[in-house]
Structures are given as C-alpha cells and as structure tokens.
Design a protein around this ligand. Structure first.
Ligand code: AMP
Length: 378
C-alpha cells in the first residue's frame, strides 16, 4: 500500500519519501485516515512501530488545510509525553515531516531541567507543542501559553504517564483544555489504569492494536549468562571486545550503578557514558546524541530510556542487572531488533536471580539456553 492513498498534501508526501518511508507501517496504515477524520483513537503500539508519524502526518495535513493562520500563544495541537528525550524525539519527527511545506508549521518541545525563559519566548506562534506535564503547567501558570483552543490532544506512552506519578498534573492540564477536542491516546500496553483514563478521555474511540513485535521477538536474539556479581564487569568488557560491539546499550538498575559501570569501562579504554535521571539535561542529551551518532560505543542507562527512545537499528542490548518487572525487560530488549533488523539482547543473571529470570522469560514465551560464565576464560 503506498502512502499516496492517504491524500496527504504533496509536499508532506515528498517529505515522507525523502525520509525513505516506502510504505506505511501497520499502525500508520490503520491510524492515518482515522485521525484525519477527526476521530478519537486508542492506539496500542510500541515505539518502533512508526506510531509518531501515524499521528504527526494527519495532524500536519490538517494544519495545512486550515484556511486561517493565527500566530499567537494559543496551542492547537498538544502532545504530552513522559520524558524529555521522547519530547525531543517527537519534535525531530515533526520537523522532518514539516520541512519545506507551503506554509511554515512550527513545532516545539518543552520540558523541565532547562531554563524556562527561552522556551517562553520561543513559544509564540507555535502550531504543535510537545511537552512534559510539569513544564507545560509552569508555562501555563506564567501565561506563556493558552490551552483552551487545543483541537487535538495526543498522549504518548500513556500507560507510563499514568504510572509515573503524573496523575495530578495530568488532571490539572485536562482542566485547562476545552471539552470539544480530538483525543489520541497511544500506549505500549493496554492496562487497567489505561482503561480508566480511556473512559474519561476518549469519545467513541477507534481501537487500533498492532501486533506486538517485541513479545513476538522474532527479530531479537535473546541470550543469557550466569555470572557472579563481581565478574560482571570483566564479562561485559570481554563481550564488547570479543564480539567487536560498536554500539551497545547497557542497562543497570540504578543511576549509581550506571555511573560505576560506565566509569570502569572508560578506565579500561572503552568509550562509555552513563545516562539517568540525576544527570543534567545537557549531559543526557550529549550522551544520547553521541551514542546515536556512533561516537560513543557504550551507553549505560537506567530504565529511564528503555521506553520511547528510538535508536536506529541498535545491534546490542545488555542487561547488566535484571529489571524488576517483565514489562521493563520487554521494553529494554525492545531497543534492539527494530525496523526489521536483527538485534541481540544479552542478559546477566546471578544464580539467586534464576527464578526471577525464568518468570520474565515465561511472560515473553521465550526460552534461553544459559551460558555458565564460570566455564569461560576472560
Ligand atoms: P516510532 O515508533 O514513531 O518511534 O518510529 C520508529 C522508527 O521507524 C523511526 O526511526 C522512524 O523514522 C521509522 N519509520 C516510521 N515510519 C516508517 C515507515 N513507514 N517506513 C520506514 N520507517 C519508518
């Protein structure tokens, strides 16, 4: 199916083509025309499914079709996301898809951890605002934006937003929005919490559920090592060197541990940085962009970036420490094996975590032949 069946503006189609998108992904095939019709949508799809373009394309088309262009501080399209990184990523997609259009469509990401004043100034004339809830409320309280004219609200990674203690902020934001609006809710999983908000937020929504590629995991090669805690560092270095890994995302269970692992790698001559919630925004952005561009070989992260962040064809993920929940495991390993390319997810398991790891694998309906690292020389 070609993109041309969606009757998007030719200049938008040209951007799609320039990005090398040959045909719509399943979520795009189902969502674009429904969103274009103005319907509410509940989309169950993970990052990596192409869901961002599935709402950005029809939204851009809608803005282009509007007969009047108002330049003010009244936001028409609001996209709420749980993390700054995801905000920046979605802003990137908006900018790519809106370049060289017959009229300028301004998209902008706002998030905390950086100075608010430049954001306040730059907001004037914004068409599409991508925001984390806390910063959005700060901007609203400073009268830098108006929300009563929002026509389309997008909630991305909605399940995460409801889990991470955003509830009160979200309710305050909903209070500022007009009753009449289009709501697009995207979530990786359909949970009870989501069910609650879905009933409050969505009006007669179209449910779009795309096949769960991660749990299908056909493109993710899972393997595991039994390893004592004090041998994890040497095993990690051995794997990186012996398999000549050029780009590997390593997950730890705390920021402290992420720093320690990255430090040790660096001291052993492997280019590594850590990324977690306690790092400055600048350090986070720099580490992520260096990693994405291939300058940095190893990024050591907490679960902060296991969701939502798309790294093009990431070949290796290593779970240095196991996550508590199977869901987090799925999200972590889902960073690899994206966009039809094969990926390897390697997990370190201490003997006393054997049962926990079995539970995770059972949830994923996968089996792994574990390697005993005691028998290995490194
Ligand atoms: P998303 O799930 O929105 O984070 O998108 C995941 C990745 O898929 C991004 O790198 C997009 O550039 C890419 N992508 C989105 N739509 C398509 C498409 N139709 N064909 C190929 N790649 C796509």
């Amino acid at each position: 199916m070609p993109f041309s069946i969606f009757k998007l503006h030719p200049s938008i189609l040209a951007n799609v083509e320039a990005l090398g998108y040959k045909e719509p992904t399943p979520i795009q095939a189902q969502a674009i025309s429904v969103v274009a019709k103005g319907r509410d949508v509940l989309g169950i799809a993970k990052t990596g499914s192409g869901k961002t373009a599935s709402f950005v394309l029809p939204i851009l088309n809608q803005i282009l079709k509007a007969s009047t262009v108002e330049r003010d501080r009244k936001v028409k399209v609001l996209i709420l996301v749980p993390t700054r990184e995801l905000a920046v990523q979605i802003e990137g997609v908006c900018k790519q898809l809106s370049s060289n259009l017959p009229r300028t469509i301004k998209s902008m990401a706002v998030y905390g951890g950086v100075s608010i004043n430049p954001q306040m100034k730059a907001l004037y004339g914004v068409d599409i605002l991508i925001a984390t809830p806390g910063r959005l409320l700060e901007l609203k309280r400073s009268n830098a934006i108006e929300l009563w004219k929002v026509e389309t609200l997008v909630l991305d990674e909605a399940d995460k937003m409801l889990n991470m203690g955003f509830k009160e902020e979200m309710e305050e934001i909903f209070g500022f929005l007009p009753d009449q609006r289009q709501n697009l809710l995207f979530s990786a999983t359909l949970s009870d919490k989501l069910d609650g908000i879905q009933r409050v937020l969505l009006q007669d929504p179209v449910l779009i559920k795309v096949e769960d590629k991660i749990e299908d995991a056909s493109l993710i090669n899972l393997s595991g090592y039994f390893v004592a805690s004090d041998r994890k560092g040497p095993l990690l270095r051995y794997l990186i060197r012996s398999q000549n890994m050029k780009q590997v995302l390593v997950f730890t269970s705390s920021g402290f541990s992420a720093d320690k692992v990255a430090d040790k790698l660096y001291k052993n001559g492997i280019e590594a940085k850590s990324i977690h919630g306690k790092k400055s925004q600048f350090a986070r952005e720099k580490a992520l962009s260096d990693f994405k561009s291939g300058v940095l070989n190893v990024l050591v992260s907490t679960d902060l970036i296991s969701r939502g962040i798309d790294i093009n064809e990431l070949p290796f993920v290593i779970n240095y420490e196991l996550p508590r929940s199977p869901k987090d495991f799925v999200h972590r390993v889902g960073r690899t094996g994206r966009a039809e390319s094969e990926g390897q997810a390697i997990t370190f398991v201490t003997r006393d975590e054997t049962h926990h790891f079995k539970v995770i694998l059972k949830k994923m309906k996968r089996y792994i032949d574990m390697v005993d690292s005691d028998t290995m020389k490194f």
